[in-house]
Design a protein around this ligand. Structure first.
Ligand SMILES: Nc1ncnc2c1ncn2[C@@H]1O[C@H](COP(=O)(O)OP(=O)(O)OP(=O)(O)O)[C@@H](O)[C@H]1O
Ligand SMILES: [Mg+2]
Length: 511
């Protein structure tokens, strides 16, 4: 099976180190990638994965160490130089210009000029951009038009634009930093087919993920980092999940039952009646009980996030009634939703959840200023205490509360979003893909926190595209399809097949 593999690595990284104020992000790490192979780079949040990839793609400069591409020493000074060397990166956080259309984004900074015009007087060849972007989009399985504005696209769709953009450059090495975290099952399948294609064409793929099952499906080798150090390398075909997790966390992880039977009561905390949003949501009806975790399953685009946003007042609803603790509430804005006792932890951490240039402390305290400062004066001591508590509970890795959120690793940014809403003490907590991009250890922590919250009587709605997660955590599952609730499954009745059946718009056969 291995005979086709090149003996020599196309990319060789030797003893790279990188420090940030207060953090040794990388400590003499080695890394190799081979043409025609997928190399997975694994490790817990903050292990240094993205940092190494940013060094490789010219975003950061290493403090020491060397990198070789085809045995030639490379020192990319910026992403453009890296691209010219044949190294393309799809960022963990999107790098698109939201108010531009798709084809402009794909060719941003590399706009093709019309031929036959003298000197710099050329015009951008939009025709070419349109035609080529269409091909690239088809290649990644996108179904949207190339003149859509990027900010009108879903997270999954924006990710596809990122991939199309990377494909548009003649790359030798493509780095994908958590490319699947925003995608539903179907899209992941599409992406994996693209990756298999790229492999055949002899590209080296570096693939970062927190989902181990993906490693076993797509990767040839896996390299594991722990605390900024190289912790090990395995051939995936010969490895077990336990072995890889062991390398990641440096200890055996208790993967026992995540679901505890919840103190789910009969008391309804949230009741949604005939919620409609024209063309998007159709007659949504459901109840959530105190102490219950209600899973919201469905494919990307089924209307789960839209339901959450409408409930939270982030999108207008055309009709519908919402009751909290039996009382009708008028939710017209996120502000009024918070006052009514709702909290929403959105998907897509950068754009929706955080003010990146502000500190961890400010971000966590932001929605909670009312409670902390009844007289509009911020009680700094109280604020720090509260923030500290959640930073500890969630094990957020930051050198201090004053660190800008921008500088935290992706998974730790996600935890800050969670902390921010947990601190607002809600009655109903809506979590949209809460463990997306979070490592195995932190996932267990998040489930643990969810269990604790429901024990306190909070009702939780959890949107998740990860089937094992939905099945493991939910007390009850609603499955959506094209803006409708297709069916409800009790914990005992729920199976992967039944959820998929409903999620693809089919009725369940009577059992
Ligand atoms: N620009 C920066 N300034 C300061 N610290 C940084 C910066 N970038 C990264 N770090 C820190 O370096 C460490 C490694 O972060 P990195 O983003 O590489 O982790 P990661 O392995 O990609 O994690 P995740 O799985 O959460 O994405 C973290 O402690 C992070 O806070
Ligand atoms: Mg990262």
């Amino acid at each position: 099976m291995d005979q086709k593999r090149n003996e020599k690595p196309i990319l060789k990284i030797k003893e790279i180190s990188k420090a940030f104020p207060g953090v040794q992000a990388l400590d003499k790490v080695n890394f190799e990638a081979y043409a025609g192979e997928v190399t997975a780079l694994l490790g817990e949040n903050g292990a240094g994965k993205s940092t190494l990839m940013k060094i490789l793609s010219g975003v950061y400069k290493a403090d020491q160490g060397e990198m070789y591409l085809n045995d030639v020493l490379i020192q990319p000074q910026n992403p453009h130089e890296a691209q010219n060397l044949g190294i393309s990166i799809i960022y963990q956080e999107f790098n698109l210009t939201p108010n531009q259309n798709v084809f402009t984004n794909i060719f941003l900074g590399r706009e093709p000029m019309m031929k036959g015009l003298p000197g710099k007087l050329g015009f951008v060849d939009k025709q070419y951009m349109r035609r080529n972007s269409e091909k690239l989009l088809a290649q990644v399985g996108a179904r949207f038009k190339n003149d859509r504005l990027v900010n009108s696209l879903s997270v999954a769709e924006q990710q596809m634009v990122e991939i199309a953009k990377a494909l548009s450059v003649q790359a030798k090495v493509i780095i994908m930093d958590e490319p699947t975290s925003a995608l539903g099952k179907e899209e992941v399948g599409v992406l994996f087919n693209i990756i298999r294609d790229l492999k055949k064409q002899g590209l080296a793929i570096i693939f970062i993920t927190h989902r181990l099952e993906e490693v076993f499906e797509i990767a040839d080798r896996a390299i594991v980092f722990r605390d900024g150090r190289w912790a090990g390398e395995v051939k995936v075909a010969e490895a077990t999940p336990e072995q890889i997790i062991g390398l990641m966390v440096g200890r055996a992880l208790d993967r026992s039952q995540v679901h505890e039977s919840h103190a789910s009561t009969d008391e309804v905390v949230l009741k949604v009646q005939n919620l409609n949003r024209k063309g998007i949501l159709h007659n949504i009806n459901f109840e959530l009980r105190k102490g219950e975790i209600l899973g919201l399953a469905g494919l990307v685009g089924a209307g789960r996030t839209e339901t959450a946003r409408a409930l939270f007042g982030a999108d207008r609803m055309d009709s519908g009634e919402i009751y909290i603790d039996g009382k009708r509430v008028e939710i017209t804005s996120p502000d009024s939703a918070v006052k009514a006792g709702l909290a929403l932890v959105p998907e897509g951490r950068q754009t929706q959840g955080l003010v990146l240039i502000q500190s961890v402390e400010r971000n966590v305290a932001l929605p909670n200023l009312d409670a902390l400062s009844p007289n509009y004066l911020i009680n700094r001591g109280k604020m720090r205490q509260l923030v500290k508590k959640f930073v500890d509970v969630l094990n957020i890795r930051t050198p201090s509360l004053d660190q800008q959120v921008l500088n935290l690793s992706g998974g730790n940014q996600q935890k800050v979003v969670l902390a921010k809403w947990l601190a607002s003490n809600p009655k109903v907590l809506i979590l949209d893909e809460p463990t997306r991009g979070i490592d195995v250890g932190a996932k267990a922590e998040v489930y643990d926190i969810m269990n604790k919250l429901v024990q306190q009587g909070i009702g939780i709605i959890m949107i998740s595209s990860e089937m094992p997660e939905i099945l493991a955590i939910s007390d009850r599952i609603l499955v959506m399809y094209e803006g409708r609730i297709m069916g409800e499954l009790s914990r005992a009745d729920a199976t992967q097949e039944r959820i998929m059946t409903l999620a693809s718009g089919k009725e369940l056969q009577a059992v």
